[in-house]
Design a protein around this ligand. Structure first.
Ligand SMILES: Nc1ncnc2c1ncn2[C@@H]1O[C@H](COP(=O)(O)OP(=O)(O)OP(=O)(O)O)[C@@H](O)[C@H]1O
Ligand SMILES: [Mg+2]
Length: 213
């Protein structure tokens, strides 16, 4: 398994956010995660990314137990293994878009063919633009490029289509699925859209701290 989450619990103050959550993801598998606003989807992704500690349970990335790693080992794992695409795009505003994916790849010492990647994402005509000169859908495609540039085994995508119109959402969602599948990466994708969720291989719903298929 690329990712195994078992019996994870998390509370903030008095409030239990996750109450025994388990899931696993195999290579090449795409799982959609739905749930009401505030149900804990982003919290779960942050914990899988090693950015937020868990109260109890276990998260394995490949064979590595996140809780057994040091802060710096978790950062390396995130850099080398995970492609993250969070609710905000986090594009580097001072760089034009070509370096946004290649920076990520260079950090991990992997080579990336920026032109081929841009072509596959339909960004070939925009490589010299800055993020602020791109539409939301184009920015999201750059973020997908950055997430996959370092050939991650696991891609975490938090509402990648949140601010996009229906047609663009569909295109971006399908592109992310296809990009992950092409690379045999496991993909965990948060979406508010039940319609989009049906395109994944499996659907999980988070409610009252628990996951249901
Ligand atoms: N650092 C924190 N400290 C305290 N409470 C937090 C913290 N982070 C998140 N929460 C709370 O945990 C709950 C879950 O938040 P989370 O962001 O995971 O929800 P979500 O399912 O991603 O919602 P949305 O669909 O709106 O993005 C919310 O009630 C939120 O206020
Ligand atoms: Mg969220």
């Amino acid at each position: 398994m690329v990712l195994s989450v078992s019996s994870v619990k998390k509370h903030f103050g008095e409030v239990t956010i996750l109450d025994g959550v388990s899931l696993s993801l195999a290579a090449g598998e795409a799982v959609a995660l739905t749930g009401e606003s505030g149900s804990g989807k982003s919290t779960l992704l942050h914990m899988i990314a090693g950015l937020e500690p868990i109260d109890s349970g276990k998260i394995l990335i490949g064979s590595k137990d996140l809780a057994q790693l040091t802060e710096s080992e978790r950062a390396h794992l995130r850099r080398d293994n995970n492609g993250t695409n969070f609710q905000t795009f986090n594009l580097l505003p001072s760089l034009n878009i070509a370096p946004n994916p290649s920076c990520q790849a260079r950090l991990t010492g992997k080579d990336v063919d920026i032109n081929a990647l841009a072509n596959s994402l339909g960004l070939q005509d925009h490589l010299s633009k800055y993020p602020e000169q791109l539409s939301g859908g184009q920015q999201q495609r750059v973020a997908i490029g950055r997430a996959v540039a370092s050939a991650p085994k696991l891609i975490l995508a938090d509402e990648p289509t949140g601010n996009l119109d229906e047609t663009t959402s569909d295109a971006v969602f399908d592109l992310l699925l296809a990009t992950a599948r092409d690379r045999n990466a496991a993909l965990l994708i948060v979406t508010h859209s039940a319609r989009l969720a049906t395109r994944a291989d499996r659907r999980l719903h988070l409610s009252r701290g628990q996951l249901a298929a």
